[in-house]
Design a protein around this ligand. Structure first.
Ligand code: TYM
Length: 323
């Protein structure tokens, strides 16, 4: 099965990215034909400093490798190393009704948060459709916030197939792969963890900073002895995703019976996070020390990705009468 997914290099990766997406990238890499990329064209809608963008791109590549992507198993590449993406995006734009983009919540959200209402931001989902369709992806591992973009991708693919009258279809229709328990990972304020809400815990923050940050997790003010509901407590919601099963069960029981304080859960969460990423932290240091290896992975990924992309783009161009 062809797996594909992308991450924007718009800042350091956080544990929502890890649980919602990257962990699935790793789990799917061995048994499938997987393509993962750093979505730098997309990041242009929010990062407007060239050297910062370059830095973020290389950090995301390094972080993905450190977190367990095996460059011998997957095609790991940078979106803009495959300029075919932008051409396909244009072909798709010409068949995409404005109304489909107008109803996109991510566009409305971003404008509400203060990003300028630019055409690139508006057409963001079409570029994402191009990313996915260009590689004949079957399955796209993502968090819940990308579900609508996947729906638009399928709609655009079907519309293109319909407009250009190909019964056999130019594009393969992809499906999202969203795991229920990590579809929306909560941030420090209980809302979805997101760079734009400033409520993230970064994967590779140093341990002292992780310990400090988890203390900021917003909770209610119930005292230690009061029974609490683990099902509605965002702090427990995050803790349970990292805790060992026995620890999780113990804390869950003490939530229900009373006798657990939020301070204790925060401390445990911090330690669980530090432990979870300890090995990746070491691997990361290795990659950081060898930028030439990262560059080689990037170049090899670009070559393989382009090979696939060229074939699909050729199909799409031929279908609509170009060339
Ligand atoms: P991005 O860069 O915002 O996020 C990368 C991945 O992390 C997931 N994610 C979360 N999952 C659960 N809980 C959270 N709090 C959380 N925060 C982030 C996202 O759902 C995503 O899977 N538009 C995409 C990038 C993209 C893409 C693509 C993805 C571009 N082209 C093609 C898939 C296929 C984005 O901005 O993700």
């Amino acid at each position: 099965m062809r797996i594909l997914s992308g991450i924007q290099p718009s800042g350091p990766l956080h544990i929502g990215n890890y649980l919602g997406a990257i962990r699935q990238y790793v789990a799917l890499q061995d048994a499938n034909d997987a393509y993962y990329f750093v979505a730098d064209y997309h990041a242009l809608t929010s990062v407007r400093d060239a050297s910062l963008l370059r830095k973020y791109v290389s950090h995301v590549l390094i972080d993905l490798l450190a977190l367990g992507l095996d460059p011998d198993e997957v095609v790991l590449f940078v979106q803009s190393d495959v300029p075919e993406t932008v051409e396909l995006s244009w072909l798709l734009t010409t068949v995409t009704p404005m109304g489909w983009l107008e109803k996109c919540v991510s566009y409305k959200d971003k404008v509400q948060q203060g990003l300028p209402a630019e055409a690139g931001l508006f057409a963001y989902p079409v570029l994402q459709a191009a990313d996915i369709l260009l590689y004949d992806a079957d399955l796209v591992p993502v968090g819940q916030d990308q579900k609508q973009h996947l729906e638009i991708t399928r709609d655009v693919a079907e519309r293109f197939n319909h407009v250009y009258g190909r019964r056999e279809g130019v594009f393969r229709l992809p499906k999202p792969y969203i795991l229920d328990n990590v579809a929306v990972v909560p941030g420090l304020d209980g809302r979805k963890m997101s760079k734009s809400y400033n409520n993230t815990i970064e994967i590779f923050e140093d341990p002292a900073s992780i310990r400090k940050k988890v203390k900021k997790f917003v909770t209610d003010s119930l005292p230690v002895e009061a029974p609490k509901d683990p099902d509605t407590c965002p702090l427990f919601g995050l803790y349970k995703l990292f805790a060992k099963p026995a620890d999780r069960e113990e804390i869950e029981r003490r939530y229900r019976e009373g006798g657990v304080g939020y301070g204790e859960v925060k401390t445990r969460l911090g330690e669980a996070l530090i432990e979870t990423f300890a090995e990746a932290r070491e691997r990361r240091a290795e990659w950081v020390a060898h930028p030439e290896r990262v560059a080689a992975v990037r170049a090899a990924g670009a070559e393989k990705a382009r090979e696939t992309a060229r074939k699909v783009l050729h199909r799409a161009r031929a279908a609509c009468g170009l060339g």
